[in-house]
Each structure stands twice: as C-alpha cells, then as structure tokens.
Ligand binder design. Structure first.
Ligand SMILES: [Zn+2]
Length: 393
C-alpha cells in the first residue's frame, strides 16, 4: 500500500465523518456543508465565491488557491457534488453517522462522493504550503444526483469570469481509474390535459390517456430510429442512444374519460445530435396530437417538462486531463461508464476533463454504502501527485 502521512490521513477521515453528518439529500438546503467546506478552504488562504439557486436555498462553491510563484501550468479544478441520494430502510448503522468497520468507512455519500471531497479538503493545506505554479480550484456543487441541477449555474458563472481553461478532475468513484466518456441522460415528463366525460360517450370528451398512449407509441417508433442511427465505432454499450418509458399515470375510473395523464420517459443519447433529433421529432408529433385535441376542446394541452438534461461526456483523443492523470497514476487505460456526471458540462466550456476518484461505483447509492480506507489513501497519494506536478522543482 502507498505510504501516506498519518496526520493527513487522520484529517481526511475526520473531515469525511463531518461531511457524512450533513444530511445533504438532493433538493435540500446544502448551505451548512458548503459553509463548512468554505471555512476549511478559507483557512488555507483560498478565495471563493458562491452561486445560489433561485430560492437561495441551495448553493455551489468555487474556491481558488492561487499560484504562488509563476503561473506556468494549466489550472486544476477538483470537482465534486455535495448532495447524496436518499436512504432506504435496512442500514446496519445510521447512514448519517460515519462508522468504521473492516477497514471501510460506512455512511451515505462515503463513496459517492464525500470521500473525494474529504481528501481534497484535507489536502488543501498541503497545496497552500507548496510553491504552486498553477491555480488549484475546488468546485463543489449541489443536486448532481437529480440530473445535475446545480452545476450548470456554476458553469455559467465560470464562463462569465473567464475560467474556461485547464484541467478538471471530477472525483466520482472510479477507483482512481480514468473514465473519459459517458452517454448523456435526459429525463422528461410530458403532461396531457383533455376533457373528462362519461365513458359511454367517448366523443364528448378528450381522452388524455389515449393521446398519451399514442405519444408513447411514437416514442417507441423513435426508439427504433435511434437504434438505426448508431454511430460507427461506438464505444458505448448499448452502442446506440436508448429510450425508455419510466411510467404512465392517468385516469380515475374505468367509466370516466381520463382528462389528465402524464408520461415519464428518458433517453441516453450517444451524441448531441440524437438528443436534438429525438426532441424535434417528438415535439412535432405532440403538436399534431394537440391540434387534434383542441379541435374537440380548446382548453386541451400537452406540456413537456425537462426534469434534467445531463449532457454526454465525449472521448477526446489527446486529452490533457487524461494525460495528466496517467502521468501520476501510470495507468493509461481509458474506460467508459454508464452513469452520468458533471464532466460534460466542464468539457462543453473548453476545460479538459476526466472522471477519476476514490471508491467504487458498486457501493454508490446502496444500503450500507462504504468507501474502503485503502481508496482514501490512494486518493491522497494521487493528490500528492497533483501537488508534485504543480510545483517547479
Ligand atoms: Zn456522484
């Protein structure tokens, strides 16, 4: 196992325990965890700014340790989300009280992804005492688990402040392996409103459930088309953009014409074009349906709500970020994953990005989520490499 300074290790574990104790389930107020992190970074001399959501309830933090001497190298962004997924029953211990058993730290978020945050925060002091030749940024977002709601607000601000270069390391659990690509994940709910009536006179109403089922039929047709559009040499599995209906909800009784119905659906596009194509086609079809509905009842409506659109993360042949990580870990392999991350958002504004962090995705979102202590050590070792690559010898 790699050798890591004991004080630094202890510090990481203590910070991780603190981070787990904040019940930062997506959608909830995360200001206390953000203040906690900001405090640690400020003590190390970082400057920072926050980006709030509309209700000022949830917040992103972006902090910077400035280069000390020359600013010779590309800045590094260490990026993580502060939210965790909800807990279900069946935990062996309190999910929000970290517990160490069998060389593992148990707790919600321990692996996804407070372990990475803890290591980065603990390492901030080491960075601050080094003669850095590049800026080191810390990006902490809210609501990643609910289709990346927080990060786009931060990205907008980064663009405004001209922070659009450098290398971003998204510390999602990959066991410090390089992930350089994933599909997008777009989630939608489409609401149909027609006119209720007695089922014995179907022509007197507008049946939202029936129009919704035609809409679903169209989605199924488009699903086939997406398959036909499969790009050559696709690196994904399945190789094409997928589409899935998560649920259809509507109606109140057998003998009542359903006036309301909604459809939950999602697509995982392999490229942006497929997302644009699909949305264009389904919206066009919805308009046709709506015209038909309105002929009978002018108050009819169809509304497609975007739950979230996590953009894909594209493989880049000569990726600065991947090369940087490889130069530290010695591992040149590049892998593809099936889960979405904030990586595509950073990539989109020109920042070379890689997904690489401690812990295994196998343990994420599960009952008795944990991170192995050895992964924490691996991450600290990795950050030590980041430090070494950030100073001129
Ligand atoms: Zn995550």
């Amino acid at each position: 196992m790699v050798k890591i300074d004991n004080i630094l290790f202890e510090k990481s574990i203590n910070i991780l325990k603190d981070l787990i104790s904040f019940k930062t389930i997506s959608g909830e107020n995360n200001s206390s965890i953000i203040n906690y992190c900001e405090n640690i970074l400020k003590k190390c001399g970082a400057s920072s700014f926050k980006v709030f959501d509309q209700d000022k309830k949830r917040v992103n933090l972006f902090a910077t340790l400035k280069a000390k001497k020359s600013n010779k190298f590309d800045p590094i962004i260490l990026s993580g989300h502060t939210d965790v997924v909800p807990v279900s029953k069946g935990w062996s211990s309190d999910p929000f009280v970290a517990e160490i058993r069998d060389d593992k730290v148990f707790g919600r978020g321990s692996c996804d992804m407070k372990g990475f945050l803890a290591c980065s925060l603990a390492f901030a002091e080491v960075f601050s005492k080094s003669s850095l030749s590049r800026d080191i940024h810390f990006s902490l977002t809210f609501d990643e688990e609910t289709a990346c709601i927080g990060a786009p607000l931060l990205i907008k601000e980064l663009k405004k402040r001209n922070i659009t270069n450098g290398i971003c390391i998204v510390g999602e659990p990959t066991k410090i392996k390089i992930i350089d690509s994933h599909k997008g994940c777009y989630e939608y709910t489409t609401y149909f409103e027609g006119l209720a009536g007695h089922s014995s006179k179907p022509n007197d109403g507008v049946n939202a459930a029936e129009f919704a089922s035609r809409y679903v039929g169209k989605l199924m047709k488009l699903r086939k088309e997406l398959k036909n559009r499969q790009p050559k040499n696709s690196i994904f599995d399945p190789a094409y953009s997928t589409l899935s209906v998560g649920g259809i909800f509507g109606g109140i009784a057998h003998n009542v014409i359903a006036d309301k119905c909604h459809v939950n659906w999602e697509t995982r596009p392999v490229n942006k074009e497929d997302g644009i194509f699909l949305n264009h086609e389904i919206d066009k079809y919805a308009n046709e349906l709506l015209t038909e509905m309105k002929k009978k009842f002018s108050g009819s409506s169809i509304r497609k709500e975007i739950i979230g659109e996590i953009i894909g993360f594209d493989r880049v042949t000569n990726s600065k970020a991947c090369e940087f990580v490889s130069s530290i870990t010695g591992d040149n392999e590049r892998e593809v994953v099936s889960f979405g991350t904030e990586a595509g958002l950073f990539q989109e504004i020109g920042i070379s990005t890689v997904v690489c962090g401690p812990g295994s995705i196998e343990q994420a979102h599960k009952i008795d989520e944990f991170i192995e202590i050895s992964e924490i050590k691996k991450c600290l070792f990795f950050l030590d490499g980041v430090k070494n690559k950030s100073i001129i010898n």
